[in-house]
Design a protein around this ligand. Sequence first.
Ligand code: SF4
Length: 438
Amino acid sequence: MPKFYIQTYGCQMNVYESGVVRRVLSDAGFTETTDEHDADVLLMMTCSVRSHAEQRALGRLGTFRALRSERVGRVVGVLGCMAQRFADALVTDHRADIVVGPDEYLRLPELIARVQAGTTGLVATRQTSECYDAVMPRPDNPVSAFVTVMRGCDNYCTYCIVPHVKGRERSRPQASVMAEAVRHADSGVKDITLLGQNVLAYRDGTRRFPDLLRAVASALPRVRIRFLTSHPRDLDSSLLETMQRLPNVCPSLHLPVQSGSNPILERMNRGYTREEYLAKVALCREVLPEVCLTTDVLVGFPSETEADFKATLDLIEQVQFDFAYMFRFSFRPGTRAGEFRPKVSEADGGRRLARLIEVQNRITAESNRGMLNKELELLIEGPSPRDTGWLGRTVTNKIVIVKGRCAPGDKVRCRVTRINGWTPVAELPARAAATVTG
Ligand code: SF4
């Protein structure tokens, strides 16, 4: 049987889409290997959100090419956002054999066969309304799984490449999402994340995202249900009230703010003001007092002044996010932000990012310290890195290291007894069997 190896860069959507590729190839008779030296087909799922991610992928492509030269007939393929963005250049300048955009993964077996038959430099980057409804992705984690509910984005934030490479918003039918979620639950998955570039844009006839969330959570009452990502503009009380009523929907929301300054938010085309964002945060905390809030922040956006940056820091202090993904602006050719002036210098952008990280790290550490002595329900996902115990996830999506006897997929209740650096550590009581709910 031919073997494939796949490396995934980027966001959870890419993790999911690698699962789609795994299924497409295994249905076509391939087996997966985790050893790149053993593979007949070397694939990488790429990300174009930042220039750094692209550079890393191009570096790795060099390794793939070197491996190709060691075995006759070995195929090198680039998938995902970079495939869509660079298309032919990945063949001409970087000598990939196949280049396959996000809507063309069903063609992979055919493209691989054509390369093995002697044709090289095949580029498949047609943009369609593909949602891979008929493909049951093969996740690589037996405890948690992603289920995509919509693909693409119509928001055109001025810094973002996603609408250009992933295409227009389109939703999967509710029945198809339900079928995939139920199959995961039947195979033992305990934690499902509904995914989309903006899940709150979900539409299936008159059904909206709260309807879908209710349907999935009610059908799978023993499975934790989460979702990612929510555009703040589209968040409303109907979603929060739905979350409040469903005990297995996790009280955690990722609500990317990007900036705390109104002029910058406007130039980013985010569709909300600072005041509107803060009002939504207040509503979240009123309806879901235990909610864990996380965010994305971008500093050094063209024309950002020190006053704009201070407004962002002020918002960060005000909201007290549990965690934030923080980045310096990275210009993506083809997006509108490149036209804006003045640019922020590398030095100023770097300094602002360092300051932001310092502030948010303090807040995250304080939030984690607040978990000390609390008894929590944790889902065990697997061994922790460096084998220091088990990796447990709270309903609020925080990671806790668990010491004691348990196994992946167990739900355990235990108390956080110390904080190691930033990481909460919990001990399972000796009578662990009584605390494990399976
Ligand atoms: S909402 Fe904005 S940042 Fe998010 S994927 Fe769409 S365009 Fe990009």
